[in-house]
Design a protein around this ligand. Structure first.
Ligand code: FE
Length: 345
């Protein structure tokens, strides 16, 4: 065959390959990911998925609330395939808003424990965090705050700091207290906790830890990863904060410490549904679980995967609340009404 003909045939082959790939660009060769995560280790997480599947990831990264707003505005025209957000209350709200499609995946059903996914399999947890109590070593004792209920104890008058009651982290915790103690006792607890505040609720979880270290508050609530982040910080001022603060796993003598999650879901209008399921299954793989959890100092949700985070592990073992995340989530509307009535602003 003359060289020119070979070149022409090659050119035709290359062109038809390009046509095929552009025709299937809407069909699972790409994954459009809307993510509230933004950690350095995520680069490796996504690159490994592309290497294993050939599926390219387009990422939109924004805060949780901004992503949900964007999805609502985009409606049926949204290009998003998968959403990654944090907290049961947000996953539940998005599910209730009809944003998610159920996923039929034996892999996900086998690897993600049933209490860490929605009963309809519309969302799945991929890492977990605990809501812990911190206390000032100078101004309080660990026995002052052995439980969430202890925040309301008379001995903690003027000592308590929390973020605003309407924040999703607080709503999920209040929802779990409602589930365990009943609505009436939960409301009494919320009112008494508000009355025990050292200052009006403000700031994020790290601000609460710092306020304990500075002596403005004696006890406070935080998600576990904020404390571990300070432990792993190279900044001397962060290490100084950690030195001044003690940690308690709440409710070890009864229902266990409140657990919440980072989670993911396939969107109802996802253009690349096969790629979306592949990506969610990938997040449940051993390799991805380590990256996903470690990026934010959380725990993997797949039981056989052990975290590789010495600072996190140094906090020791604890009894976790086994309340299904979906049950907590379903009580967040009641929790919002309760914090409003209690004046937990
Ligand atoms: Fe957070």
């Amino acid at each position: 065959m003359p060289n020119r003909l070979i070149r022409t045939l090659r050119l035709i082959a290359v062109t038809s390959a390009l046509v095929t790939s552009s025709a299937s660009a809407q069909d699972n060769k790409v994954l459009n990911l809307y993510s509230a995560r933004h950690y350095d280790t995520d680069e490796a997480l996504y690159a490994n998925f592309t290497k294993a599947t050939g599926i390219r990831i387009n990422r939109i990264e924004m805060g949780d609330e901004a992503l949900l707003e964007r999805l609502r505005n985009e409606g049926a025209n949204s290009p998003a395939d998968v959403l990654l957000i944090v907290d049961a209350s947000r996953l539940y709200a998005a599910e209730q808003a009809g944003l998610f499609a159920p996923v039929k995946s034996p892999v996900l059903e086998q690897r993600i424990p049933a209490d860490l996914r929605s009963p309809a399999n519309t969302w799945f947890a991929f890492s977990s965090r605990a809501r812990i109590l911190v206390y000032s070593k100078a101004a309080a004792f660990p026995q002052d705050v052995q439980s969430y209920e202890d925040l309301a104890a008379p001995r903690n008058k003027g000592k308590v700091c929390t973020r605003p009651g309407s924040h999703p982290y607080m709503l999920s915790l209040v929802a779990s207290v409602i589930a365990h103690d009943g609505e009436q006792r939960a409301e009494q607890w919320a009112r008494a906790t508000v009355a025990n505040m050292a200052r009006p609720p403000r700031g994020g979880d790290t601000d609460q830890i710092k306020a304990v270290a500075s002596g403005e508050c004696a006890v406070a609530l935080t998600n576990s990863y904020y404390y571990v982040r300070l432990m792993r910080s190279k900044k001397p001022e962060d290490r100084a904060v950690v030195e001044k603060v003690g940690v308690v796993w709440p409710n070890q003598s009864n229902y266990g410490t409140h657990i919440n999650v980072s989670g993911g879901a396939m969107l109802r209008n996802a253009p690349n549904k096969i790629a979306a399921v592949k990506f969610l299954e990938y997040l449940a793989s051993d390799e991805a679980q380590i990256y996903f959890a470690d990026g934010n100092n959380e725990w993997p949700v797949v039981k056989t995967v052990k975290p590789r985070n010495p600072e996190l592990e140094s906090l020791g073992a604890f009894k976790a609340d086994r309340l299904p995340i979906a049950e907590i989530a379903s009580r967040t509307v009641a929790a919002q009404k309760l914090v409003d009535r209690a004046g937990w602003r």
